[in-house]
Write a new protein. Structure first.
Length: 164
Protein backbone atom coordinates (compact mmCIF):
# COMPACT_ATOMS: atom_id res chain seq x y z
CA UNK A 1 0.00 0.00 0.00
CA UNK A 2 1.28 3.43 -0.90
CA UNK A 3 1.59 6.11 1.77
CA UNK A 4 -0.61 9.14 1.01
CA UNK A 5 2.40 11.43 1.55
CA UNK A 6 4.08 9.72 -1.44
CA UNK A 7 1.25 10.78 -3.75
CA UNK A 8 1.40 13.96 -5.85
CA UNK A 9 -0.83 16.77 -4.66
CA UNK A 10 -3.65 17.31 -7.15
CA UNK A 11 -5.88 20.37 -6.87
CA UNK A 12 -9.50 19.17 -6.46
CA UNK A 13 -10.84 22.00 -8.66
CA UNK A 14 -8.46 21.06 -11.48
CA UNK A 15 -9.36 17.38 -11.02
CA UNK A 16 -13.09 18.13 -11.39
CA UNK A 17 -12.50 20.47 -14.34
CA UNK A 18 -10.39 17.99 -16.32
CA UNK A 19 -12.63 14.99 -15.64
CA UNK A 20 -15.68 17.13 -16.41
CA UNK A 21 -14.54 17.07 -20.02
CA UNK A 22 -15.35 13.36 -20.16
CA UNK A 23 -19.05 12.96 -21.05
CA UNK A 24 -21.06 10.47 -19.02
CA UNK A 25 -24.53 9.05 -19.23
CA UNK A 26 -26.93 9.97 -16.46
CA UNK A 27 -28.73 7.38 -14.37
CA UNK A 28 -31.08 7.42 -11.43
CA UNK A 29 -30.26 4.68 -8.93
CA UNK A 30 -33.37 3.78 -6.95
CA UNK A 31 -34.46 1.46 -4.15
CA UNK A 32 -37.23 0.94 -1.62
CA UNK A 33 -36.09 1.18 1.99
CA UNK A 34 -38.55 0.57 4.81
CA UNK A 35 -41.45 0.87 2.36
CA UNK A 36 -40.32 4.25 0.98
CA UNK A 37 -38.87 4.81 -2.51
CA UNK A 38 -35.45 6.50 -2.52
CA UNK A 39 -33.16 7.56 -5.34
CA UNK A 40 -30.11 9.47 -6.43
CA UNK A 41 -28.65 10.78 -9.69
CA UNK A 42 -25.46 8.97 -10.70
CA UNK A 43 -23.09 9.59 -13.59
CA UNK A 44 -20.44 7.14 -12.43
CA UNK A 45 -22.10 3.93 -13.64
CA UNK A 46 -20.46 1.12 -15.60
CA UNK A 47 -20.79 -2.48 -16.67
CA UNK A 48 -18.36 -4.80 -14.89
CA UNK A 49 -18.84 -8.40 -16.04
CA UNK A 50 -20.92 -10.53 -18.39
CA UNK A 51 -20.35 -13.76 -16.43
CA UNK A 52 -21.72 -13.24 -13.88
CA UNK A 53 -23.69 -10.16 -14.97
CA UNK A 54 -22.36 -7.33 -12.79
CA UNK A 55 -22.58 -3.52 -12.92
CA UNK A 56 -21.18 -0.82 -10.64
CA UNK A 57 -21.87 2.73 -9.51
CA UNK A 58 -19.89 5.05 -7.26
CA UNK A 59 -21.87 7.13 -4.73
CA UNK A 60 -20.27 9.51 -2.24
CA UNK A 61 -19.88 7.86 1.15
CA UNK A 62 -21.74 10.62 2.99
CA UNK A 63 -24.85 10.51 0.79
CA UNK A 64 -28.02 9.84 2.79
CA UNK A 65 -29.65 8.46 -0.36
CA UNK A 66 -26.80 5.96 -0.71
CA UNK A 67 -27.25 4.97 2.94
CA UNK A 68 -30.92 4.21 2.24
CA UNK A 69 -30.10 2.26 -0.93
CA UNK A 70 -27.37 0.29 0.84
CA UNK A 71 -29.78 -0.61 3.65
CA UNK A 72 -32.29 -1.87 1.05
CA UNK A 73 -29.75 -4.39 -0.28
CA UNK A 74 -30.95 -3.98 -3.86
CA UNK A 75 -31.28 -1.20 -6.42
CA UNK A 76 -32.41 -0.34 -9.91
CA UNK A 77 -30.34 1.70 -12.34
CA UNK A 78 -32.63 3.79 -14.56
CA UNK A 79 -30.96 5.10 -17.73
CA UNK A 80 -32.23 8.65 -18.01
CA UNK A 81 -33.56 10.05 -21.29
CA UNK A 82 -32.95 13.58 -22.56
CA UNK A 83 -36.52 14.53 -21.67
CA UNK A 84 -36.03 13.50 -18.01
CA UNK A 85 -33.80 16.39 -16.96
CA UNK A 86 -36.37 17.54 -14.37
CA UNK A 87 -36.50 14.06 -12.79
CA UNK A 88 -32.71 13.99 -12.75
CA UNK A 89 -32.73 17.32 -10.91
CA UNK A 90 -35.06 15.92 -8.27
CA UNK A 91 -32.93 12.77 -7.89
CA UNK A 92 -29.85 14.96 -7.47
CA UNK A 93 -31.56 17.08 -4.80
CA UNK A 94 -31.80 16.61 -1.05
CA UNK A 95 -35.62 16.49 -1.16
CA UNK A 96 -37.25 14.31 1.50
CA UNK A 97 -39.61 12.66 -1.00
CA UNK A 98 -38.03 12.51 -4.44
CA UNK A 99 -40.91 10.44 -5.80
CA UNK A 100 -43.84 12.74 -4.99
CA UNK A 101 -44.22 13.68 -8.70
CA UNK A 102 -42.34 10.76 -10.29
CA UNK A 103 -44.30 7.91 -11.86
CA UNK A 104 -42.77 4.47 -11.40
CA UNK A 105 -43.42 0.77 -11.02
CA UNK A 106 -41.56 -1.77 -8.87
CA UNK A 107 -38.94 -3.98 -10.51
CA UNK A 108 -38.27 -7.57 -9.44
CA UNK A 109 -36.35 -6.42 -6.34
CA UNK A 110 -39.03 -3.85 -5.53
CA UNK A 111 -36.79 -0.96 -6.57
CA UNK A 112 -38.48 1.75 -8.68
CA UNK A 113 -38.33 1.56 -12.45
CA UNK A 114 -38.98 5.19 -13.43
CA UNK A 115 -41.53 5.68 -16.22
CA UNK A 116 -39.98 7.21 -19.32
CA UNK A 117 -36.49 5.82 -18.70
CA UNK A 118 -34.59 4.41 -21.67
CA UNK A 119 -33.66 1.20 -19.86
CA UNK A 120 -33.40 -0.31 -16.41
CA UNK A 121 -30.99 -2.68 -14.68
CA UNK A 122 -32.41 -4.22 -11.49
CA UNK A 123 -29.76 -5.57 -9.11
CA UNK A 124 -28.89 -6.93 -5.70
CA UNK A 125 -25.86 -5.50 -3.92
CA UNK A 126 -23.00 -7.96 -4.54
CA UNK A 127 -20.16 -6.04 -2.87
CA UNK A 128 -19.12 -2.59 -1.67
CA UNK A 129 -15.48 -1.49 -1.87
CA UNK A 130 -13.63 1.54 -0.57
CA UNK A 131 -13.00 4.18 -3.21
CA UNK A 132 -11.65 7.16 -1.28
CA UNK A 133 -14.52 9.56 -0.61
CA UNK A 134 -16.80 7.28 -2.65
CA UNK A 135 -17.91 3.67 -2.36
CA UNK A 136 -17.63 1.32 -5.31
CA UNK A 137 -20.91 -0.60 -5.38
CA UNK A 138 -21.05 -3.78 -7.43
CA UNK A 139 -24.50 -5.09 -8.25
CA UNK A 140 -25.53 -8.51 -9.53
CA UNK A 141 -28.07 -8.04 -12.30
CA UNK A 142 -31.45 -9.67 -11.62
CA UNK A 143 -33.32 -8.29 -14.63
CA UNK A 144 -32.78 -5.63 -17.28
CA UNK A 145 -34.52 -4.34 -20.37
CA UNK A 146 -34.67 -1.49 -22.88
CA UNK A 147 -37.93 0.39 -22.49
CA UNK A 148 -37.70 3.20 -25.05
CA UNK A 149 -35.06 3.92 -27.71
CA UNK A 150 -34.87 7.69 -27.27
CA UNK A 151 -31.90 10.01 -26.84
CA UNK A 152 -29.96 9.72 -23.57
CA UNK A 153 -29.37 12.44 -21.01
CA UNK A 154 -25.65 13.24 -20.81
CA UNK A 155 -23.52 15.15 -18.34
CA UNK A 156 -20.56 17.05 -19.76
CA UNK A 157 -18.50 20.02 -18.68
CA UNK A 158 -20.76 20.84 -15.73
CA UNK A 159 -24.09 20.65 -17.55
CA UNK A 160 -26.75 18.34 -18.91
CA UNK A 161 -27.56 17.78 -22.55
CA UNK A 162 -27.94 15.21 -25.31
CA UNK A 163 -26.63 14.48 -28.80
CA UNK A 164 -27.16 17.30 -31.28
Amino acid sequence: MTDASDQPSIDSGLFRNVLGHFPTGVTAVTAVNEGRPVGMAIGSFTSVSLYPPLVAFLPTKDSTSWADIRAAGSFCVNVMAQDQMAICGVMASRADDKFVDVSWRPGPTGAPIIDGSIAYIDCTVEAVYDGGDHDIVVGRVVELDVLDAKDPLLFWNGGYGTFA
